[in-house]
Each structure stands twice: as structure tokens, then as C-alpha cells.
Design a protein around this ligand. Structure first.
Ligand code: GLU
Length: 550
């Protein structure tokens, strides 16, 4: 009776029982091996690469098994909530086309899925029903330790090299008679709710993590807080229990930092008699730094933030590919055999995930990305680049809008062929590699003819203007350059030049070099004939004339 009074005193507004919630959120009706995963970030900052690894694994596990992938907003730590974080997470999911099957978006008032709410701060009543249940069963209790008292306990434990926490004799209010607890609460004393742990630290239990294998861990015996005094919201541990149980999650993919909490989670699930989900604790993400390999750092490494990939304009699928290669050691081999398959067709195997750390290599991403972009059509490259530019380079966006077909022609140089050219690593690089094609940018450029005498350059350009014919095929075009070479005493045959260099002023290479520099300022470019076809006679002559007039 006392317990009932205590429970009602603490939770006067909680009317539903946990059995009612069980009925409200029934088992999911899915195929036998269907996996239910969730992406459950806390909106406490930007999204980093560890989130991405978690997300990709969650997504692949669910999609490959015709299961469910849902998004949960773990916003119980209200003091650390960052404005805009939720929206950002959502935008990343959308960009990467890994949209959740179930979600709740507060700003647009959209909810999908019968396990709602999917925002933890809206689930307070549900958590409290479960906590109330524990109080009624005598498995949780109000603890009146003040912050100062807890500080003293912690300092003492640290000094005596004991385990930190409220357990055993430190759990002062664990056995407080219920009547007294009621009196204290009525007097207005502050409290938190703690689990009344029934574990024994000297006992071990076996736990199987799908990635890390079987572990032997000591039972939890700490009376962990399950509800915070400040706002009546649960701690992460308790929310994890309630949510992943009621939302019928089958697989929890989360960071390694949670491994140390397994004993607590194990006890919580056991206390309620709920089946634990399967766990995949993902490894730390490492990077090569000179000769050493270290943990990737949100503070030091720009590539730790997902915004980095967006700003650079990496294709989303390339980023996912790179993430998949660190998620599973057999992914690359699979990809070789299935070049056109979707990444969601891959059977992710947690055992093939490195437990010691996953080395993320930007060079590898660049390679994947180059290959990826080289296989796109010119229209795709154009659209993606324009999309990127709209966000990050409005001036270039305007140019792209003005020169749509022209830009596509540029992107098509050495593209739709067996071995396409691979010169674009990400979309932000495209301007750096094609700027000279646009009159608006070229106008302020000054070609540098290196060791070539400027009078000689002028002669070549002037003579070339006389013979240039826009309608020439590539062979005819080259033939004409060779004829020009012969006329001006440049060897049209490279071999002949090599054998007797002193007989000539130079070779055909020098002549094409001069044309190339005059038209682009560069000494290496994609196919010059194609460039000239795209520029057109008018622009070509204008560029030559600018040099000739100097
Ligand atoms: N909100 C937790 C975090 O961001 C999620 C951990 C989990 O997936 O259970 O670390």
C-alpha cells in the first residue's frame, strides 16, 4: 500500500500501465529474418563520420532484410541540445537517400509509424509508467543524496581506489522505509529515481556482441539513476530499454563507448523480463597521420565532420562506398564482383568488422569518387555540379546556368568511352579544372608561354589562324598542325626530331603546346581537339588575337 502511495505521489499523472503500452506497441509483423534498426543520434552537435558509419550499417541491415529502419531523436539531455542539429541530421539522411521508414518531424508536424512518438522528450509519460512500475515492485526508489554528498562519495572512492558509483553502503536511501521517503517528498526534498540493483559485481555473465563476439562481463550492482530530478526525463540507459523494447528494435548499432554500459542494460532488460536486442558496437574510426595511426578527431580533422564532404561536393554514393569499405572487410571484393549492385544488396556481416578500429582513408575515398564521377553521364555531372554550386559558389552557379549545353560538352570530353577520363574528384573541383573554358573567367587570365619566344609564338598563332578549319575531323585537324610544323621548320614527326633535334626549331609537341597555352593557359588539359571544338572559332581566334596583340 505504501508503495502505491509513493508511486502515485511521484507520478500523479501516469495512468497507463506497462501492459497497456505493450498492447499499444505490439510486436512487428515482419518476415522471419527482418531486422529492425534505428538511427538514434542525440541532437548535441554536428554529424560526424562515426554517425555515418552507424547510419550506413543500420540502413543496410534493415534494407537487405526487408526490415524497418527508423529515426529516433534522443533529446533527453536538454542542456546539451544544439539548435538546428535535428534539421541537419534529417537533411543528411535525405541527401544520402537513406530515408527512414518511420520518423517524427516536429517542425513540419509529420509522423510516420505506429511506434510514435519517436522524439524522446515526447515520451516522458511512457518512461514514467515503466519507472512507476519498478517503484511498485520495489525495484526502484527515490534517492535524496545531494550533489555535495555525491561529490564527497566520489572523492572518497577515488582516493581509496574503489569503484565509482552509488552501490552497497553508498546507496544510503536504498532501504529507506517507504513511509519516510513519502514524508521527504511531501516536504519538498529533491530526489532522483534510482534502480535498486540486484546484481553482484563478483558474478560474471556472458554477453554476445555480434561484432566483438562473446564477452564475459561483471554484473552491474550500481543503483544507477534512471530518472533525472531536473526534468523528470529518463537517463540514456532507461530510455534505451523502453524505446528499443517498445519500438521492437532487433539490432542496436552504436559506438564502442557504450560497451561499458552493457552490464547496466543487461540488468535493466532482465529486470523487466524483456528480450534484449542484438548489439553491434562499431569500432573507432582511425586515420593515418604521418607514420602513426590515430583516432580521427572531431576537433583536429575536418574530414571527421560530415559537412566536409558536402562542402567539397563528394558524390553521396562515393562517401557511402568508402564507409562500406571500412564497415566490412569483404565489401571491396563483393563490389568487384557486383559492380552495378546497390550497396543495400550487400549482406553486412558484423563479424567482418574490425573491432580494433576502422582505418578511414581519404585517398581511397578520392579514388572511389573519381571512378564514380567518371561513370556518370554528362547530364548527371552537370546537374550535380549545378546543385553543389547553388549552395557553395553562386557565381559559378550563374555561369553554369548560362552555359548549360556548353558545360555538358566540356564534361563529355573523354567521358562516354571504355576508359573514361578520371579528372574530377568532387564537384567543387570541376570549376578548378574547367574555368578556362568560360570567357567570364578566361578574360582575366594571362597565358605564360614559358621558354617559348613570344615572337615565335605570335608567328605560330597567326599562321595557324590562316589554316584553321572548324569543320575538320580530328585527323584532318592534326594533319593541318603537322603541315604547319613542316612550313615553320618544326618536326612533324616526333621520332625524326629525337634523332636530329638540331635540325629543327622544335617539334609538333611544341606547336600544340603553344596552341594549348594560348587557349587555356595550361600545359596539360583534356583532349585539345575537343576543347577547340567546344570553344568554337570565334573564341579561339579571340584568345589568339589577345596574345598576338601583346
Ligand atoms: N543517442 C546515442 C548517441 O548519440 C545513441 C546511442 C544508441 O544508438 O543507442 O550516442
Amino acid at each position: 500500500m505504501d508503495k502505491q502511495e509513493l508511486a502515485n505521489l511521484i507520478f500523479p499523472n501516469v495512468t497507463k500501465t506497462i501492459e497497456e503500452y505493450e498492447k499499444m506497441y505490439p510486436e512487428r509483423n515482419l518476415g522471419e529474418n527482418a531486422r529492425v534498426t534505428r538511427f538514434a543520434p542525440s541532437p548535441t552537435g554536428f554529424m560526424h563520420i562515426g554517425h555515418m558509419l552507424t547510419l550506413v550499417i543500420d540502413y543496410v541491415l534493415a534494407k537487405k532484410s526487408n526490415g524497418v529502419f527508423y529515426l529516433r531523436n534522443e533529446d533527453t539531455d536538454t542542456s546539451r541540445t544544439v539548435k538546428g542539429a535535428v534539421e541537419y541530421i534529417r537533411s543528411v539522411l535525405k541527401q544520402y537517400d537513406m530515408n527512414p521508414d518511420e520518423y517524427e518531424y516536429r517542425d513540419t508536424n509529420e509522423t510516420k509509424g505506429i511506434y510514435a512518438p519517436y522524439i524522446q522528450s515526447e515520451r516522458k509519460e511512457i518512461y514514467q509508467a515503466f519507472i512507476k512500475h519498478l517503484i511498485l515492485e520495489g525495484k526502484a526508489y527515490p534517492c535524496f543524496l545531494t550533489q555535495e554528498e555525491m561529490d564527497v562519495i566520489r572523492e572518497g572512492q577515488a582516493r581509496d581506489k574503489r569503484r565509482i558509483g552509488i552501490y552497497g553502503r553508498y546507496a544510503k536511501y536504498r532501504d529507506l522505509p517507504t513511509k519516510e521517503a513519502i514524508e521527504k517528498i511531501k516536504k519538498g526534498e529533491a530526489y532522483t529515481i534510482r534502480l535498486k540493483s540486484s546484481g553482484d559485481f563478483t558474478h560474471k555473465f556472458k554477453f554476445n556482441d555480434l561484432a566483438n563476439g562473446e564477452m564475459e562481463l561483471p554484473e552491474n550492482d550500481i543503483d544507477i539513476p534512471i530518472m533525472k530530478s531536473k526534468d523528470g526525463l529518463p537517463t540514456y540507459h532507461f530510455a534505451h530499454l523502453v524505446d528499443d523494447h517498445l519500438m521492437r528494435t532487433t539490432h542496436v548499432v552504436r559506438g564502442q563507448e557504450w560497451i561499458s554500459s552493457i552490464p547496466v542494460h543487461y540488468e535493466l532488460f532482465k529486470t523487466f523480463g524483456f528480450k534484449m536486442p542484438k548489439y553491434i558496437h562499431i569500432p573507432l574510426i582511425l586515420k593515418k597521420d604521418g607514420d602513426t595511426i590515430r583516432k580521427i578527431s572531431k576537433r583536429l580533422d575536418p574530414e571527421a565532420r560530415m559537412s566536409y564532404y558536402e562542402e567539397k561536393g563528394y558524390p553521396y554514393l562515393a562517401v557511402i562506398e568508402a564507409i562500406m569499405t571500412i564497415a566490412n572487410s569483404n565489401y571491396e571484393a563483393w563490389r568487384e564482383n557486383h559492380p552495378d549492385a546497390l550497396f543495400t544488396e550487400f549482406e553486412f556481416s558484423p563479424k567482418k568488422m574490425s573491432s580494433s578500429g576502422a582505418l578511414f582513408d581519404l585517398d581511397k575515398l578520392d579514388n572511389i569518387s573519381k571512378n564514380y564521377i567518371s561513370r556518370l553521364t554528362k547530364e548527371e555531372v552537370y546537374l550535380e555540379t549545378a546543385e553543389w554550386a547553388k549552395k557553395y559558389d553562386s557565381e559559378f552557379a550563374t555561369i553554369l546556368e548560362k552555359y548549360k549545353d556548353y558545360s555538358m560538352a566540356i564534361y563529355n570530353i573523354e567521358r562516354e568511352q571504355k576508359k573514361p577520363r578520371k579528372d574530377y574528384t568532387y564537384y567543387s573541383e570541376i570549376k578548378d579544372k574547367t574555368w578556362y573554358m568560360y570567357p567570364e573567367y578566361f578574360i582575366s587570365a594571362t597565358p605564360d608561354f614559358l621558354e617559348y619566344a613570344i615572337e615565335e609564338v605570335k608567328t605560330i598563332l597567326t599562321k595557324y589562324k590562316d589554316i584553321y578549319n572548324e569543320k575538320d575531323t580530328q585527323e584532318e585537324w592534326f594533319q593541318r598542325i603537322k603541315e604547319l610544323c613542316d612550313a615553320l621548320n618544326y618536326a612533324s614527326d616526333r621520332k625524326a626530331y629525337k634523332e636530329n633535334p638540331t635540325l629543327y626549331k622544335g617539334s609538333v609537341v611544341d606547336v600544340t603546346n603553344i596552341l594549348r597555352i594560348a587557349l587555356t593557359t595550361l600545359t596539360t588539359t583534356p583532349d585539345l581537339y575537343s576543347i577547340m571544338q567546344i570553344l568554337g572559332k570565334e573564341q579561339i581566334f579571340a584568345r589568339f588575337d589577345k596574345v598576338i596583340a601583346k
